[in-house]
Design a protein around this ligand. Sequence first.
Ligand code: SF4
Ligand code: SF4
Length: 78
Amino acid sequence: MAKDKKLMQSDICNGCGICVSVCPTNIKLGKADDFDINTAKLAISVTNGAAIINPDACIACGICTRNCPVTSLTIVTA
Ligand code: SF4
Ligand code: SF4
């Protein structure tokens, strides 16, 4: 993750999952031959109807923030 930036989530997420599918970290993981959705360290995933950020995997690229339909995600200075 970029040291000076981090991804933040608000409570307006509707759980649509678009962020999960556009995330380049997730896409890269998904291409692995041994990819397992249940064990992969996704940068962002949807659990119980809301997006959950994994700060250890998220590189704060901001792509998800530009694709979220309700602008629930933002990149902030860490
Ligand atoms: S900021 Fe980039 S790496 Fe982090 S969850 Fe969003 S799309 Fe994925
Ligand atoms: S953060 Fe945005 S794109 Fe991701 S699941 Fe929530 S509403 Fe959808």
